[in-house]
Design a protein around this ligand. Structure first.
Ligand SMILES: Nc1nc2c(ncn2[C@@H]2O[C@H](COP(=O)(O)OP(=O)(O)OP(=O)(O)O)[C@@H](O)[C@H]2O)c(=O)[nH]1
Ligand SMILES: [K+]
Ligand SMILES: [Mg+2]
Length: 399
């Protein structure tokens, strides 16, 4: 029996099983079994170099956004409108067959937008180009799930399920569970919050399913069985997602209003160029990019080209900024002068751990000795042994 059939069989068993206190442990175990099988499914087939087929696009710019959606919802039309890069659009399904990159220039930053083939139910199991498309989604900083406003609202759930099946978690933060495998010592289980959705016994059973007999587990929140499995699997990717309802030109105003009120959603029409600026603003906001302008001593800040940091990826402290500018800067810095949102007063003297905010201006003040010519000083220093030897001759240091 193949992996997919085994998953289907367990899913059927779960559907047959009534949910109650008595079956809770059994259901938890089945969930762990499915998670393990799905992980197996994600391993690249033996002998394949992985990828290929025009899906490997080099990362470019300050962030990557993937367009994910059913066929013919308008992904390619949207890419063409937002980036100016042409991507073939047509009324038939699966017009796009590979990954087509474009670049959005917004707020002095460059964001890579990726058009992708449409995906369908079963994508996570390899239907169509599902697996490749989802791999690209995983490599992104933000997913724009494009939906056809005139089609079934169930599409959103179907796609979310497909993405979840391969370990993507949309608009969620990682569970607050500490988990560490050990070599010996058995399982140590602790909680700092009351647990209502999982208990110690169920945790042990799930760990048993994974053949883990030595580990440290600490629940810091009222997490679920699924959360715990996610933490054990460890390969989950937490990504933000904006649901983009396109083609609102063909639905009534009541529907538009309802869709616009869904969480994390925005309604647009490519045909009427409706709300596209709002979409860009929303995308920018979700990316959480932090532009930092440098100010050389005694000069105006350089407002032409910001250094672009990200709170989610790589961090946005003064130290992160220094590492962005030059690899030795952290070592040379005495303190930073900061103007802008993150500063309490202008300029604020800050250390390496200070968190910068979008559009801050930073001047790095270096350590005095380096400023006065590190090299010269170093040369003198290297002569020291000879000088000491000289002095020793004239008047011995130790009598
Ligand atoms: N009415 C309406 N039609 C649109 C809109 N945007 C795109 N379309 C049409 O929808 C059809 C599909 O557009 P595509 O851009 O090819 O869709 P896609 O999602 O890239 O499709 P695949 O690559 O096949 O997955 C085309 O006929 C577009 O002209 C819109 O805002 N309103
Ligand atoms: K199409
Ligand atoms: Mg397309």
């Amino acid at each position: 029996m193949g992996i997919i059939e085994r998953i289907k069989e367990i899913e059927a068993e779960m559907a047959r099983t009534q949910k109650n206190k008595a079956t809770e442990y059994h259901l938890g175990q089945l969930k762990a079994k499915i998670a393990k099988l799905r992980t197996q499914l994600l391993e690249p087939p033996k002998g394949s170099s992985g990828g290929g087929d025009g899906f490997e696009v080099t990362k470019y710019g300050h962030g990557r956004v993937a367009l994910i959606g059913f066929p013919s919802v308008g992904k390619s039309t949207l890419l063409t409108m937002l980036t100016g890069t042409h991507s073939e659009a047509a009324s038939y399904e699966f017009t796009t067959l590979t990954c087509i990159p474009g670049v959005i220039r917004y707020n002095d930053t460059k964001i890579q937008l990726l058009d992708l083939p449409g995906i369908i139910e079963g994508a996570s199991e390899g239907k169509g180009r599902g697996r490749q498309v989802i791999a690209v989604a995983k490599s992104s900083d933000l997913v724009l799930m494009v939906l056809d406003a005139s089609k079934s609202e169930g599409h959103r759930q179907i796609l979310t399920k497909e993405l979840e099946a391969v370990g993507l978690r949309l608009n969620k933060r990682p569970p607050q569970i500490y988990f560490k495998k050990k070599k010996t010592g058995g399982i140590s289980f602790n909680t700092t919050a009351p647990l209502t959705r999982i208990d110690e016994k169920l945790c042990y059973q799930i760990l048993h399913e994974y053949k883990i007999h030595n580990a440290e587990v600490l629940f810091r929140e009222d997490a679920t069985v699924d959360d715990f499995i996610d933490v054990i699997e460890g390969n989950r990717k937490y990504i933000k997602c904006v649901y983009v309802y396109n083609k609102i030109d063909v639905v009534g105003i009541d529907d538009v209003d309802r869709l616009a009120r869904q969480p994390n959603s925005i309604v647009i029409s490519c045909n009427l160029k409706l709300n596209l600026d709002r979409l860009l603003a929303r995308m920018w906001e979700e990316m959480g990019l932090v532009r930092v302008y440098t100010k050389p001593q005694g000069q105006q800040p350089d407002f032409d080209e910001p250094f672009v940091l990200s709170a989610d990826r790589g961090g946005c402290t003064v130290e992160d900024f220094c590492n962005h500018v030059h690899k030795t800067l952290v070592k040379d810095m005495k303190y930073a002068l900061v103007w802008g949102r993150s500063a309490r007063h202008y300029p604020q003297h800050c250390g390496l751990s200070h968190r910068l905010e979008d559009e801050d201006v930073v001047q790095i003040v270096k350590k005095k000795e380096r400023e006065e010519g590190g090299r010269g000083r170093f040369k003198t220093h290297s002569n020291a042994p000879a000088r000491i030897a000289d002095r020793e001759k004239k008047a011995p240091l130790k009598q």
